[in-house]
Design a binder for this molecule. Structure first.
Ligand code: IPE
Ligand code: IPE
Ligand code: MG
Length: 259
C-alpha cells in the first residue's frame, strides 16, 4: 500500500513508538545484538522522514528506558554511541526540514558526551516549527511521575501554589511533556502486548497498535498500515457512538470535563 490510501485529514497529531525487537532481528540473522540496533537506526531515519512527509507534527520514539541501564555494559555503551552518531548525522536535516528535537527522561544519567551533543541539538533546533521529534532517553513513565510529584512538592513548599490547587492541568504541566499533546496513536513493534514503562499518564486515551514486525524491519509500508488501522478506529473518549461527530477531536480529562 502507499500513502494514497490514507485520509490526510484524519492523520494522528502525535504518534509514539516503542521501537522493540532489534535483538531478535539480529539473532534471526545470526548477527550481534549491536548489529540489530545499527539496523534499527535506519528505521528511525525512515520513520522520521515519513512522519515529516505526511505532515504529522509530533513523533515520540522510545529509544532507551530506565530499565535498559541494566543491560550488559557493552550493549549500553554501543547504544549510547549510536545515539550520539545519530544526533550528529541528523542535525543538518533537522535544520533543513524545520524539525525541533526534544528529549524526555532523566538526562543526568546519560554519559557526558551524549548529553552535551543532545543538548546542543535541542538548542540548535528549538525554534524549528514544522515537526517535533521527542526522544525518550533514560525514560520511564513511573520515573517521570515521581519527578513530577517532586517538582510540584517543591513549588508548594516555595509557596507558589497550594497543594489543594493541584488538578489535572497542574499535573500535566509538571510532566516531561508540558508542551506536547497526548499521543493519538501508540505503535509497538515485535509483538509484545505491554507498555514496558513508557508513557503512562499521557496514553489515557491513546489508540494502541501492536505489530509482530521487528523494529529493524518496520519501514514505510508497515507505518502506513498502522496509520490506516488508526483511521478505522472510533475514538469515543467515554461517550456513546451517537455522540461522536466525525472528525471532531474530543478531549476530556478523567474528571469528565471537556477542555
Ligand atoms: C529495542 O530492541 C531497542 C532497545 C530497547 C534499546 P531490543 O534490544 O529490546 O530487542 P529485543 O527485544 O531484545 O529483540
Ligand atoms: C522497551 O523495550 C524499551 C524501548 C523500546 C526503549 P524493552 O525491550 O526494554 O522492553 P521489555 O523488556 O521487552 O518489556
Ligand atoms: Mg526488547
Amino acid at each position: 500500500m502507499d500513502s494514497k490510501n490514507l485520509d490526510r485529514s484524519r492523520l494522528p497529531h502525535h504518534v509514539a513508538i516503542i521501537m522493540d525487537g532489534n535483538g531478535r532481528w539480529a539473532t534471526l540473522q545470526g548477527k550481534s545484538r549491536i548489529e540489530g540496533h545499527r539496523r534499527g537506526k535506519t528505521s528511525v531515519r525512515v520513520i522520521v522522514e515519513t512522519t515529516r512527509k505526511l505532515g504529522i507534527p509530533f513523533l515520540t520514539l522510545f529509544a532507551f528506558s530506565t530499565e535498559n541501564w541494566l543491560r550488559p555494559q557493552d550493549e549500553v555503551h554501543a547504544l549510547m554511541g549510536l545515539l550520539e552518531t545519530y544526533l550528529i548525522a541528523e542535525q543538518p536535516k533537522m535544520m533543513r526540514y524545520g524539525i525541533r528535537l526534544k528529549a524526555i527522561g532523566n538526562r543526568d544519567r546519560l554519559p557526558l558526551n551524549v548529553r552535551r551533543t543532545l543538548e546542543d541539538v535541542i538548542e540548535l533546533t528549538q525554534r524549528n516549527t514544522r515537526m517535533t521529534v521527542v526522544l525518550a532517553l533514560s525514560y520511564s513513565g513511573r520515573d517521570e511521575i515521581v519527578r513530577m510529584v517532586n517538582k510540584i512538592r517543591r513549588r508548594v513548599l516555595a509557596g507558589e501554589f497550594q497543594s489543594s490547587d493541584v488538578e489535572e492541568e497542574i499535573v500535566s504541566a509538571h510532566m516531561d511533556t508540558p508542551d506536547i499533546p497526548d499521543p493519538d496513536l501508540l505503535i509497538r513493534t515485535s509483538g509484545e502486548m505491554r507498555i514496558s514503562n513508557f508513557y503512562l499518564w499521557q496514553i489515557a486515551y491513546t489508540e494502541l497498535y501492536v505489530t509482530p514486525t521487528l523494529w529493524p524491519d518496520f519501514r514505510e509500508q508497515e507505518y502506513f498500515q498502522a496509520l490506516q488501522e488508526y483511521q478505522r478506529r472510533r475514538r469515543r473518549f467515554g461517550r456513546t457512538d451517537e455522540q461522536i461527530t466525525e472528525p471532531a477531536r474530543l478531549r476530556v480529562g478523567s474528571s469528565g470535563r471537556e477542555s
